[in-house]
Design a protein around this ligand. Structure first.
Ligand code: FES
Length: 153
């Protein structure tokens, strides 16, 4: 039933947009994964290989122990903040459930925090969110997009 699907647009760091359909009840983290959209959230860039996906620690070829934290590293248990997304319109931001204290605590650790930041694993698709646009933050504290107020740490 198409009424159980909503449209969501992910806007990448380079401004490229990807429109996807998300079933009601699914988190934005899951929706991004299902559509091959990478949320930022890597601690260090290492040549990506599918088998490394979701592994937190592995040995690089240089024999330096590296941490590789991918988006959704904690699988939605509010322990990583790698699933950080920025709701681009306040109108939609206000339709979201209020964040739990745990989410706010994790968001404080996220790079590029803004006033409309949320954790993607905690944003669940519902009919009122049809048309929502989510920006994927860059892994830098200098991230700035017109209209966003970076939240001071
Ligand atoms: Fe870890 Fe969302 S996936 S906090």
């Amino acid at each position: 039933d198409p009424e159980d699907m909503i449209s969501i647009t992910f806007v990448g760091k380079d401004g490229e947009e990807k429109d996807i359909k998300v079933p009601v009840g699914m988190s934005m983290l899951e929706a991004a994964h299902e559509n091959d959209i990478e949320l930022e959230g890597k601690a260090w860039k290492i040549p990506p290989a599918p088998s490394f996906y979701h592994s937190d620690i592995f040995l690089c070829s240089s024999l330096i122990l590296c941490f590789y934290v991918t988006a959704g590293a904690c699988e939605g248990s509010l322990a990583c903040s790698t699933c950080h997304v920025i709701v681009m319109d306040m109108e939609y931001f206000n339709k979201l459930e209020d964040p739990a204290d745990e989410e706010n605590d994790m968001l404080d650790l996220a790079f590029g925090l803004t006033e409309t930041s949320r954790l993607g694993c905690q944003v669940i698709a519902k009919p009122e969110l049809d048309g929502m646009r989510l920006a994927i933050p860059a892994a830098t504290r200098n991230f700035a997009v017109d209209g966003y107020i970076p939240k001071p740490h």
